[in-house]
Design a protein around this ligand. Structure first.
Ligand code: NAP
Length: 273
């Protein structure tokens, strides 16, 4: 059945996670039809059952690192009656560790999941999105994509790359109807952050947000007519600007915190063994 005029069909990657589930809850309450993507089919089914109008939503479980599964996902999306209007590239992974402690496999997994997968999925879904009357892409970045942070070198690199990709694509598609949004949260209370990361944040006085706050900002982007960028949290928004203009100021602030960051990074690696 073709959805009503203002109803969007939205593919959310990483819908089984904290932020993805919160986005799903908000969009479903707003009347949109969801394609819930993630690896954990059980969690996705439980999420679907908890959503308003649960019968309207579909679970599309796949490991996005697997090219065949990604291809099947895109093929399945092409069969959705009424098409797909929005892609939210939200799936992501992180590891809090010093670079010396990160294996090739960890580096590759982070860069692939956080950067290459959103690029490839966007490319493969674009022809389908462009058939929509109101096509949009939302890339979920991170404050750490704008402030390279010790202990998060690979994660910061992947999210910085995602921001560069979003900016290029927004400009590349400027004369099409596709809106390309970017949303960069600071720390968010989800399973994404290990005990050591939460302790680091407490120790450094870093604030964290609820996943619902991120979901509200995501909905606002989707409601806007033009492509948009949003950075969540104060003073993080200020730090991002200071870092862009005067990186030496942030270098010296973070240098003072290095002993604490190193201590928690080592604790995190030991806990993961
Ligand atoms: N939490 C934070 O502090 C924070 C801050 C800034 C930005 N972010 C960004 O927000 C996004 C969501 O994070 P979150 O906090 O909601 O994390 P989360 O609760 O750990 O959820 C991560 C999601 O990504 C999915 N995923 C990971 N690898 C995948 C793969 N290979 N194929 C398919 N799905 C995969 C997971 O699926 P399964 O569980 O089903 O495997 C899960 O649904 C990420 O991009 C993250 O970088 C998070």
């Amino acid at each position: 059945m073709k959805p009503a005029k203002n109803t969007m069909t939205v593919l959310i990657t990483g819908a089984s996670g904290g932020i993805g589930s919160a986005i799903a809850q908000l969009l479903a309450a707003d009347g949109h039809r969801l394609l819930l993507q993630g690896r954990n089919a059980e969690r996705l089914q439980a999420l679907r059952a908890s959503l308003p109008h649960s019968d309207d939503h579909l679970v599309l479980a796949a490991d996005l690192l697997d090219a065949d599964q990604r291809r099947q996902l895109v093929e399945r999306c092409a069969t959705i009656p009424g098409g797909v209007d929005v892609l939210i590239n939200n799936a992501g992974v992180s590891q809090f560790a010093l670079l010396a402690d990160m294996s090739d496999e960890t580096l590759a997994r982070m860069l692939q999941t956080n950067l290459l997968v959103p690029m490839a999925l966007t490319r493969d879904l674009l022809p389908l999105l462009q058939r929509s009357e109101r096509p949009a892409i939302v890339n979920i970045g991170s404050a750490f994509g704008h402030i390279g942070h010790p202990g998060f070198a690979a994660y910061s690199a992947s999210k910085s790359g995602l921001h560069g990709f979003t900016e290029s694509l927004r400009r590349e598609l400027a004369d099409t109807g596709v809106r390309v949004h970017y949303l960069a949260p600071r720390a968010v209370d989800t399973e994404f952050n290990t005990t050591a990361v939460n302790e680091l944040n407490r120790s450094l006085g870093n604030q964290s947000d609820s996943p619902q706050r991120v979901a509200e900002q995501c909905l606002r982007l989707l409601q806007s007519r033009a492509s948009g960028r949003r950075f969540i949290g104060w003073p993080e928004r200020l730090f991002i600007k200071v870092n862009a203009l005067f990186p030496a100021v942030v270098d010296s602030a973070l240098a003072k915190k290095l002993p604490v960051i190193r201590q928690f990074a080592l604790q995190n690696i030991q806990a993961s063994k």
